[in-house]
Design a protein around this ligand. Sequence first.
Ligand code: ADP
Ligand code: MG
Length: 407
Amino acid sequence: MTTLTNVSARSFDSSAMPTVTMIGGGQLARMTHQAAIALGQRLRVLAERADDPAAQVTPDVVFGSHDDLTALRKAAVGSHAVTFDHEGVPTDLLEALIAEGVNVQPPPHALIFAQDKLAMRKKLAELGVPIPAFVPVESAADAIAFGAEHGFPFVLKAVRGGYDGRGVWMPADADETTRIVEDQLAHGVSLLAEAKVDLKRELSAMVARSPFGQAATWPVVETIQRNGQCAVVIAPAPELSDDRANEAETLALRLASELGVTGAMAVELFETRSGELLVNELAMRPHNSGHWGMDGACTGQFEQHLRAVLDYPLGSTRPLAPVTVMANILGAPEAPQMSMDERLHHLAARIPDAKVHLYGKGERPDRKIGHINILGDDVAETREKAERAAHWMSHAIWTDGWDPHHG
Ligand SMILES: Nc1ncnc2c1ncn2[C@@H]1O[C@H](COP(=O)(O)OP(=O)(O)O)[C@@H](O)[C@H]1O
Ligand SMILES: [Mg+2]
């Protein structure tokens, strides 16, 4: 006899829930793991070291390198989808996995446009998407000719492998150009040159798309960089007209569909002083400009990325407050004496609505070691609070002069 007791006593069968493999054990994998826990899924990570941010918290870790096919195979066994926390996996290895039946999302034919800035520029030009003027650089003479035509300083970029401003140079004259180009080419780095854009500000349009073809955008955000690295994100971007916001979201949806992107994608944009939107680069994974949504949107990017790569229906991206500000906790020039834990206590006491995300990383100058999200009504107030909290966490100094022991 089947009884109700039997039905209600069915245990949670975790083996019937999907396993997703993420290549790379950084903070993006760590936060994806957090989302996987909530969905009852298992995230397996391919990490380099036991102290990588995701390896610290995930029971299912494969150690190895993202450019070793044997390690990739081991990480992919039995997994429902293989995805990435960085752009570094050579596409020929991914093709090999696909030939063996592995479900790779996003597929390598899309991922290439996030790996290779020259391939991306060429593809976007072909699609008629507005981008800065650019040329491939094979010699110092190529770059100097570009500088002479478009003006110094212009921008030199490593075609592959750059991040957080590493791999971006803005040479002021022909001599500096020669030095950089010759040095990089000698190290085997391929380069491109592009015009330096007269920026009003930088924006990011994030979208997630499933293999089925469902796609959802989050509101367009403003990103503020320091030393070429993202420091603060304001969601939604203040004083962006509805037309401009629609234009950016439509562009992100169009690129996701035309390039065959699956999972989360960030379209980094330049807003020029003359009011144009130009595409800077594409990231096909969760992105720093989407961290605000962990606390500030109905569905954050880490959950959405999992839903998308597993071809689930996507979640609502509705913002939960008029404004959310994300401030990165960037390592101070010298790590403070006060322990991170004591800093966290003080922060908790002083700003109880700060949502803290720490990545378990050691403190080094300018290193992304965590972030703070604050939800609010007023952009300036919310931003000040988020930046004050993040600066406190990295420097143990309150930017408004508050003294924790004499306050
Ligand atoms: N063509 C450009 N004109 C003006 N600023 C640029 C240009 N290209 C890059 N930058 C600045 O450098 C930052 C990093 O460049 P990006 O190509 O996004 O490299 P990364 O891969 O390191 O993020 C950008 O966010 C922007 O602030
Ligand atoms: Mg960038």
